[in-house]
Design a protein around this ligand. Structure first.
Ligand SMILES: O=C(O)C(=O)Cc1ccccc1
Length: 307
């Protein structure tokens, strides 16, 4: 196996990848952005890609949600959670916050440190970097493009960068969720605590269309753990929904919800069922259990057999 990931080395995405069994000893290919990492999988240059999808402060990572929703189909095979803390690293010659005029980091990192930055370096101009590690590595250049970067403590330590302030995040305890993506293939076996990801285009723009889709989950006791609307990019006001549900396609209630959704929105995309990283309770009401579904099906069949 070889793995593409949002690089360069030292990103939070690489930390997530290193949690995948075997990945530490496998070939890891840094990509300059999420689209490049996913294209490598689509084209066969990588077997799998690790990309960020959601964080507890900012919500969904739009670049990832959009890239997996469109183009050639991909499959999510696992999710990894990484606790996030940030440090402020500076170029040589900077000894105080007042000297910082230009700062760079990944947009999601900036969003998570904005209040700290407003309070502590109010005059500094922000330039987005393709990742936290990319912003940090630029500090090593002969003539660095910025004075400071917000990055992980690990990359600062590994590169021997000067850290002026640690723990610059606004929300202590933030977590980012990453997904491992492959070309479509075998779906991981259910573990009892699984999640599934779907892309739901709204079939028709009319009152109640979203409600009808959501009713498919409600009626089968399927809980949603994330729902986001994203523009299709085709015309103003045209959206699709990116949804995570608790449960595995091998479970009857999930299969029944999917079949109801398919009737309403035939172009829906199933992006995979995979083990939940943490925190889900495997609690399903008796009337939504696999046993209840098969008994109900057998009963209806017994009636239809009499036709
Ligand atoms: O830039 C990184 O290091 C990433 O892996 C993306 C990211 C940025 C901010 C928070 C979590 C992940």
């Amino acid at each position: 196996m070889n793995y593409a990931y949002l690089g360069p080395a030292g990103t939070f995405t690489e930390s997530a990848l290193l949690q995948v069994p075997g990945a530490a000893d496998a070939q890891r290919i840094p990509a300059s952005n999420v689209n490049v990492a996913l294209s490598m999988v689509r084209e066969g240059a990588a077997d799998a890609a690790m990309v960020p999808i959601e964080n507890s402060v900012e919500g969904g990572v739009s670049a990832t949600l959009d890239a997996i929703a469109q183009g050639e189909s991909l499959q999510i095979v696992s999710e990894i959670l990484v606790p996030i803390t940030f440090v402020l690293a500076v170029r040589p010659g900077i000894d105080s916050l007042e000297q910082i005029k230009q700062i760079s980091t990944h947009g999601h990192a900036w969003a998570q440190c904005r209040l700290w930055a407003e309070a502590n370096i109010p005059g500094a101009a922000f330039t987005p970097a393709s990742s936290t590690a990319a912003g940090a590595l630029a500090l090593e250049e002969a003539d660095p493009p910025h004075d400071a970067a917000i990055c992980s403590p690990l990359v600062a330590q590994e590169r021997g960068l000067k850290v002026l302030v640690s723990g610059v995040e606004d929300n202590v305890g933030a977590v980012t969720r990453f997904i491992l993506v492959t070309r479509p293939g075998r779906i991981p076996q259910p573990t009892g605590v699984d999640k599934s990801t779907l892309i739901l285009p709204l079939p028709e723009d009319r009152p109640g269309a979203l409600m009808e889709l959501l009713e498919q989950f409600t009626a089968r006791g399927v809980n949603l753990s994330r729902i986001e609307s994203r523009p299709t990019g085709k015309s103003l006001g045209e959206y699709f929904f990116s949804v995570d549900i608790e449960g595995h396609v091998a479970e009857e209630r999930v299969a029944a919800a999917l079949s109801g959704l398919h009737r309403l929105s035939p172009k829906l995309r199933f992006l995979g069922s995979y083990p939940a990283a943490q925190g889900l309770e495997a609690s399903v009401d008796t009337h939504n259990s696999d046993a209840a579904f098969s008994e109900a099906r057998a009963w209806v069949q017994s009636l239809r057999d009499r036709v």
